[in-house]
Design a protein around this ligand. Structure first.
Ligand code: A3P
Length: 272
C-alpha cells in the first residue's frame, strides 16, 4: 500500500489525519472564516473546525507536530487539509516554524482595507468585553493618544501588512503565497474562490450557485447540497461610527505602508 503523506495516522473509518498542506495565516478580521467555509465547499478539502494556534502558542508548539496533526480532521488521501489561525500572520516566530514543518507549503492570506480592518478589530474586542460584561472605551479613545493616532494600539499595527509580510518573505517566495482580496470576497465571493481553487490546483468544483446574497444578513451565504447557511452572527457586524476627520487620518496613516505593501507583492488593492 502507498505510504500516506506526512506519515499520517490511519483511523478505523479508513480516513487519516494529515498535517495541513495549506494554511490560512491571516489576517485577523480579513474574512478568514468566510474563506475557510467557502473553500470547504470543495469535496477535496478537509478543514479543521477551530483555530489551532499551533505555531504561535508555546504550550501547543512544545507538543510537537504529532499534536498538531491530532488537531486535524480525518480525510481521504486525495483531500487537502487546511487550517486557519489568523494570528499566524502577525506573530514573529511563526514563519520560520512553518518553514521548518514544510518549506513547500502553500499559504493563503486574506486581506482587507487596513483602516476598515482596524474598525472590525475594534468591534471584535468591544464585543468580547461586552460578553464578559466588562467596559471597553469608545473607538476615539483607543485610536488617539494626546490628539494623535496611537501607534501602540495593536489593531493599527496589525494592519501594517508590509511589516508582517516581510517576515514571511524571508522564508517563502511570493509564489508560495496567495493573496485573497477580502473586500472582493465580501462583494462577490465566487471569483475570489475560483482563484484559490486554481492556486491550490484543485479541480474547479465550486460553483456560482454555491453562493447567494442574503438580504437580511447583508452578506453572501452558502448553499451546499440544497442546504443554506450563513456565517455566525459575529461575522458581518456593524462597525462604530467614526467622524470623517478621524477616518481621514486613519486613511492617511496607512497610505505609505500600503504603497510599500503593493511594491512588495507587485499588485495593488482598492484600499483608501
Ligand atoms: P466584520 O464582522 O467586521 O464585518 P474573520 O473571519 O477573519 O474574523 O473576518 C470577519 C469578517 O469577514 C467580517 O468582519 C466580515 O466583513 C467578513 N466576511 C466576508 N465574507 C463574509 C460573509 N459571507 N459573511 C459574513 N462575514 C463575511
Amino acid at each position: 500500500p502507498k505510504t500516506p503523506r506526512n506519515g499520517s495516522h490511519p483511523s478505523s473509518s479508513g480516513g487519516a489525519q494529515h498535517l495541513p498542506q495549506t494554511i490560512i495565516i491571516g489576517v485577523r478580521k480579513g474574512g478568514t472564516r468566510a474563506l475557510l467555509e467557502m473553500l470547504s465547499l470543495h469535496p477535496d478539502v478537509a478543514a479543521a473546525d477551530n483555530e489551532v494556534h499551533f505555531f504561535d502558542w508555546e504550550e501547543h508548539y512544545r507538543q510537537g507536530l504529532g499534536w498538531y496533526r491530532s488537531q486535524m480532521p480525518f480525510s481521504a488521501p486525495h483531500q487537502l487539509t487546511v487550517e486557519k489561525t489568523p494570528a499566524y500572520f502577525t506573530s514573529p516566530q511563526v514563519p520560520e516554524r512553518v518553514y521548518r514543518m514544510n518549506p513547500n507549503i502553500r499559504l493563503l492570506l486574506i486581506l482587507r482595507d487596513p483602516a476598515e480592518r482596524v474598525l472590525s478589530d475594534y468591534t471584535q474586542v468591544y464585543y468580547n468585553h461586552l460578553q464578559k460584561r466588562k467596559p471597553y472605551p469608545p473607538i476615539q479613545q483607543v485610536l488617539l493618544r494626546e490628539g494623535r493616532l496611537n501607534p501602540d494600539y495593536k489593531a493599527l499595527n496589525r494592519s501594517l501588512y508590509h511589516l508582517h509580510l516581510q517576515r514571511w518573505l524571508r522564508f517563502f517566495p511570493l509564489p508560495h503565497l496567495h493573496l485573497v482580496d477580502g473586500d472582493r470576497l465580501i462583494r462577490d465571493p465566487f471569483p475570489e474562490i475560483q482563484k484559490v481553487e486554481r492556486f491550490l490546483q484543485l479541480s474547479p468544483q465550486i460553483n456560482a450557485s454555491n453562493f447567494y446574497f442574503n438580504k437580511t444578513k447583508g452578506f453572501y451565504c452558502l448553499r451546499d447540497g440544497g442546504r443554506d447557511r450563513c456565517l455566525h452572527e459575529s461575522k458581518g457586524r456593524a462597525h462604530p461610527q467614526v467622524d470623517a476627520r478621524l477616518l481621514h487620518r486613519l486613511h492617511e496613516y496607512f497610505h505609505e505602508p500600503n504603497k510599500k505593501f503593493f511594491e512588495l507583492v507587485g499588485r495593488t488593492f482598492d484600499w483608501h
